[in-house]
Design a protein around this ligand. Structure first.
Ligand SMILES: *Cc1c(COP(=O)(O)O)cnc(C)c1O
Length: 232
């Protein structure tokens, strides 16, 4: 049941914060609702969830239109430049900026609307071939390049760790992302903050919190297994 799963995730987040000597308010839980029908999101909403993560533009906009206005939507999936315009006014944060081309597209759409868009840079810490994201050593040069875009506000970093049997195997990945954020902070790049570290999913969010995550993206742990029959 949704309620029980949500309570369990909440309890585990609290326990991880305690172990790490962190306050619960330092960590935002993003309920990753991709593939789930809007009735299920409404149910989560009724249980108090206000932050949802989606990875597809069309699915996000459909749910945005159908669900209450006080929801904070986060785009966590790979984003194509030609689709930026559909979500730019709907999301609080884009987690998945992984190219100058995409940053430029966001800048253009944001400038048109005379607003600033909050983004994270997706980092491929594990250097998995199959994953999107910028390699560790390329992140600072990347930030220096996109710092000229005055309608983009870089708020931090995001990574997707590999799927592993034992979440401890991902600890060094979270440590590396954290270290990178410290290096970036020291550089004082204009228009760039690294207060947000979006890392940790159902399988490893507790380890991520111990290593400094400020946002965890939990799907299965809240909603149960995904049904790809419904929306692909
Ligand atoms: C699907 C997804 C998640 C959630 O994954 P779970 O293992 O179900 O918690 C988190 N982040 C991203 C980017 C995703 O695509």
């Amino acid at each position: 049941m949704l309620k029980e799963r949500l309570n369990e995730v909440e309890a585990r987040i609290e326990a991880a914060c305690r172990r790490a000597g962190r306050r619960r308010e330092e960590v935002t839980l993003i309920a990753v609702s991709k593939t789930k029908p809007k009735e299920v999101l409404q149910e989560a909403y009724d249980l108090g969830v206000r932050v949802f993560g989606e990875n597809k533009v069309q699915e996000l906009t459909e749910k945005y239109d159908a669900l209450p206005e006080d929801i904070h939507w986060h785009m966590i999936g790979h984003l194509q430049t030609n689709k930026v315009k559909y979500i730019i006014d709907k999301v609080d944060l884009i987690h998945s900026v992984d190219s100058v081309r995409l940053a430029e597209a966001i800048e253009k759409e944001a400038a048109k609307r005379e607003r600033t868009v909050n983004i994270l840079v997706e980092v491929n810490v594990a250097e998995e071939e199959s994953k999107f994201g910028i390699r560790m050593e390329e992140v600072i040069p990347f930030l220096e390049k996109i710092a000229v875009y005055s309608h983009i506000h870089v708020c931090g970093l995001m990574t997707i760790a590999p799927f592993v049997e034992n979440p401890e195997e991902n600890r060094s990945i979270f440590q590396n992302l954290h270290k990178l954020s410290v290096d970036i902070a020291r550089k004082n790049i204009d228009n760039v903050n690294v207060n947000i570290l979006s890392m940790g999913m159902t399988n490893d969010y507790e380890v991520a919190i111990e290593e400094g995550a400020t946002m965890v993206r939990v799907g299965t742990g809240i909603f149960g297994a995904r049904d790809y029959m419904i929306s692909g």
